[in-house]
Write a protein that binds this ligand. Structure first.
Ligand code: SF4
Length: 513
């Protein structure tokens, strides 16, 4: 244990989980002013509730005998766990283990040989997988928690080896072998990643490591969001630049202190041969962020195209958005706005909502949505980010009687079906905004959602309420939100078409004029 380490504040598994998500979260939870905390986010509360319910369900259905230590807390729980391990209990539920400055509450401790391996029960998938490019990648947040338990067991000379397990939402047992790397191409083992996190956590606890807030997508669900956003804006922090992020901010901030300073500098002053002076930031990337800094600082006049865009223009355009309950693993709504001849007065919203929350309901909604879109051909289809394609591929694999995989690939053929985010916004435009989400860009262009708190996370929470209470007002709220998301995509498309004559060069000319 490092000197001066206070065991008043032990390093816990949840602390390491938070640290992987955002190191500043650990600082704020330990030392932040509680009065600056936002109210708990209802979606986050729902996630906690679901996690607890799922754990209860797993334990109730467990066929193996186990010792239940739920009735104990604190030191009593730790003593009961020590006793159970010394007696060789085969499976211990809700125990507590501690050694030096480390404290862990693994869901289960399983006897393997003469020692123990930790198991955590998670109401999510045991590996990354929401994105089709990420299948098979172990989750760092889970790995560091399991590694902490193994570390404690090693210190107690009770470890069955450098491995822990996740019992996941699919009923799978996923092994986290800590001497392996998290990805096929990774250089550090999970154990090395854990050691780095442990060093950081200790630094935060004993205040030798200072962390800073940053602007990131994860912040929107954090209870320090308002406080951090205020601080980040006051500092004109580089992480306000879309996609720059915490790591690149940290690499740059000793030399470039703010968005304004970046906007006013010559980025080539930081070039070093074929690279830049900043770790893992190439010259093109630095130029791109510099352009974004100029937009945020008001040095450029507004959003612009980096290159011409060519979009299909058949008479019928369809704007597509789905809603997915990630906790139940169900796609519960497919929504479409259709428009003829670019005439907004022809617009109509068509939606296919699950009428029951089982597979039959999901299949019926997908079937109806599939028939609808097939019946509308030929048309141009617009959606925002590849999520819709990913989910429809998964639905096709789950319900192959509806269509085959070639049908899906031909529907998402980029000639007529455009991912406005990936194919246009991200690659061909720049905006004076802090991110490129559909909410941010459509609002920038003047679109307003009817709901006061529109978000995909909120929609999942409304869906959960609708499932539990069957309130038709809640269903209508979801439909209105989805309709507005589809309409916002149309609004953005029109905005993008209006940008087509405004390149960065013409902006320079306008400014000069
Ligand atoms: S708001 Fe963002 S930067 Fe602040 S603690 Fe939360 S996740 Fe970290």
């Amino acid at each position: 244990m490092p000197q001066h380490q206070s065991i008043d504040t032990p390093i816990t598994a949840s602390m390491l989980y938070d640290l992987v998500t955002c190191p500043h979260r650990v600082t704020m939870d330990l030392f932040g002013n509680p009065k600056e905390k936002d109210n708990p986010n209802p979606f986050v509360e729902l996630l906690w509730e679901k996690g607890t319910l799922y754990e209860d369900e797993v334990i109730q259905n467990l066929k193996l005998p186990f010792l239940d230590l739920r009735k104990f807390a604190g030191a009593e729980k730790a003593a009961a766990t020590r006793k159970a391990m010394s007696e060789g209990v085969a499976l211990i539920y809700s125990g507590r283990i501690e050694a030096d400055d480390l404290l862990g509450d693994p869901d289960l401790l399983r006897k393997e040989g003469s020692a123990y391996a930790p198991i955590d029960i998670k109401s999510g998938a045991g590996e990354e997988g929401s994105d089709e490019d990420e299948d098979g990648k172990l989750k760092k947040t889970y790995a560091v928690q399991l590694a902490l338990y193994v570390d404690i067991l090693e210190r107690l000379r009770l470890s069955a080896g450098k491995v822990g397990y996740i019992w996941d939402i699919h009923g799978e047992e996923v092994a986290y072998r800590l001497d392996d790397t998290r990805t096929k191409t990774g250089k550090e083992t999970l154990w090395q990643e854990y050691q780095n996190c442990l060093t950081q956590a200790r630094g935060i606890v004993n205040r030798s490591l200072e962390t800073l807030p940053a602007c990131a997508s994860v912040c929107k669900l954090c209870h320090w969001y308002s406080s951090c956003l205020k601080a980040v804006k006051a500092a004109d922090d580089l992480s306000l630049i879309p996609e720059l992020g915490r790591t690149k901010r940290d690499a740059m901030m000793n030399e470039i202190s703010s968005v304004l300073a970046f906007a006013e500098c010559n980025p080539e002053a930081y070039f070093d041969g074929k690279k830049t002076r900043f770790a893992r930031i190439g010259q093109d990337t630095l130029r791109k962020f510099h352009k974004r800094a100029k937009l945020l600082a008001g040095h450029d006049l507004g959003p612009y195209l980096k290159e011409p865009i060519i979009l299909p223009s058949p008479p019928l355009e369809i704007f597509f958005d789905i809603e997915v309950d990630t906790m139940r693993g169900r796609c519960y709504l497919h929504g479409f706005i259709e428009r003829l001849n670019r005439d907004n007065s022809t617009e109509q919203y068509v939606a296919f909502f699950m009428d029951s929350i089982d597979e039959r309901g999901e299949e019926a909604a997908f079937d109806a949505a599939w028939r609808y879109i097939k019946g509308k051909q030929p048309c141009a289809i617009y959606y925002y980010s590849k999520y819709e394609r990913t989910i429809w591929r998964k639905l096709q694999a789950k319900y192959p009687r509806i269509c085959n995989s070639r049908d899906i690939e031909s529907l998402f053929n980029p000639g007529m079906t455009i991912d406005l985010y990936g194919d246009v916004v991200r690659s061909k435009t720049e905006w004076p905004t802090y991110d490129h989400s559909i909410k941010t860009l459509a609002k920038f262009l003047g679109f307003q959602w009817r709901d006061t708190h529109p978000s995909g996370a909120a929609s999942i929470q409304w869906f959960d309420e609708w499932v539990k209470l069957g309130d038709p007002k809640m269903k209508q709220r979801i439909l209105d939100y989805n309709e507005d998301d589809c309409r916002a995509t149309r609004w953005l498309l029109d905005g993008l078409r209006n940008l087509s004559n405004s390149t960065n060069d013409t902006q320079e000319e306008k400014k000069a004029g």
